[in-house]
Design a binder for this molecule. Sequence first.
Ligand SMILES: *[C@@H]1O[C@H](CO)[C@@H](O)[C@H](O)[C@H]1NC(C)=O
Ligand SMILES: *[C@@H]1O[C@H](CO)[C@@H](O)[C@H](O)[C@H]1NC(C)=O
Ligand SMILES: *[C@@H]1O[C@H](CO)[C@@H](O)[C@H](O)[C@H]1NC(C)=O
Ligand SMILES: *[C@@H]1O[C@H](CO)[C@@H](O)[C@H](O)[C@H]1NC(C)=O
Ligand SMILES: *[C@@H]1O[C@H](CO)[C@@H](O)[C@H](O)[C@H]1NC(C)=O
Ligand SMILES: *[C@@H]1O[C@H](CO)[C@@H](O)[C@H](O)[C@H]1NC(C)=O
Length: 306
Amino acid sequence: MCIQKAELMFSRPILKGFLCFIFFVFQSGSSDKVQKVIAKLGDEAKLPCNYRIPPGESITNYNIYWQTPEKPTPLVVNFYVKDEEDDHIDVRYKNRTKINEQNLTLSIFSVKVSDERTYECIIIKDVLVSKSRVDLSVVADFSKPIINEKPLNACGPVWLTLTCTSDGGYPRPMMLGSINNNTETWHTITTQDNKTGRFQITGNLQHNMTENILVHCSVEYQDLKVSTNFSLSMCPSPPMPPSYGIIIASAVLFIFLLAGVLLRILCYCHTCKYSRSSHPVRSFQLVATAEMTPQQLSNEASRAVS
Ligand SMILES: *[C@@H]1O[C@H](CO)[C@@H](O)[C@H](O)[C@H]1NC(C)=O
Ligand SMILES: *[C@@H]1O[C@H](CO)[C@@H](O)[C@H](O)[C@H]1NC(C)=O
Ligand SMILES: *[C@@H]1O[C@H](CO)[C@@H](O)[C@H](O)[C@H]1NC(C)=O
Ligand SMILES: *[C@@H]1O[C@H](CO)[C@@H](O)[C@H](O)[C@H]1NC(C)=O
Ligand SMILES: *[C@@H]1O[C@H](CO)[C@@H](O)[C@H](O)[C@H]1NC(C)=O
Ligand SMILES: *[C@@H]1O[C@H](CO)[C@@H](O)[C@H](O)[C@H]1NC(C)=O
């Protein structure tokens, strides 16, 4: 049987075994339920095998394979086969994984973006006794978005350019936003660090600021999100009423002063007319006072002319 070969020759057994397992799976008609595991970038990922070696049984009676389901050559992630060396483990997983001997959970240490794939746990004890699949997804937190405005510290009615940035996260994010609860579209540029796989996202949007605004920027990835609110207020309006008041007050004061001065001049002239009344009024002197009636004025005028 092909499974026996798996124990004898290791260079081909995974492939051979894989083909046999496909056969077994069809035969048993078991549906391949794929479990999902999400691990933080850089942390330890624990992939459950969903099989326990019954108490009292030795693991040495089992062959345990953690591999990928790729055809035709699966990657060997780790395995337990009695007296078998681990030189068949793929270099990507060498020294990075461990199989728990109780529950056969596979630990992958320092998880990388490139570890995202489907894994299979295959348990053989003479025949295939269990096969399960786990999808590993990696996630890394994005930084709290930072919102900037241009021009800086804008407050007046102004055409604003807003920028929102966030980085260090995984997987590829989406940026959503609003201004005063109205949905706005950030025009985004997303870049990926090709070593770590982490993304940086920068969004831009333009807004004609005519009132106080509350800008909301949200970066969403793998059911997670980070967001920031940012508010800009209109400039404190120039103190219009007080300045008008001052202008009006000074205008009134000025008018009163002017009136006072005019009145004084007129009174002075009035008194001088009476103080000079003993002297004959010079014919060219035209004297008018505020108290004069139009009749008196015309009399005065005709007196001056004569
Ligand atoms: C398996 O055992 C390890 C160590 O005791 C534990 O951390 C892990 O959560 C267990 N996994 C399952 C699926 O029970
Ligand atoms: C794994 O560890 C062994 C010994 O600690 C070392 O010789 C080998 O180079 C390591 N392999 C990788 C791929 O890091
Ligand atoms: C935006 O909506 C929230 C709740 O939906 C509300 O509390 C808030 O007052 C709204 N803000 C504005 C500026 O409309
Ligand atoms: C930010 O604003 C959004 C919508 O305007 C609101 O739903 C959210 O609760 C606010 N968050 C904080 C932390 O104020
Ligand atoms: C990673 O980026 C550098 C430049 O930023 C480039 O030279 C290199 O080819 C890239 N590597 C991969 C694997 O894309
Ligand atoms: C901004 O809004 C104001 C008031 O609605 C309008 O008069 C002005 O033309 C707008 N500016 C631009 C550049 O659209």
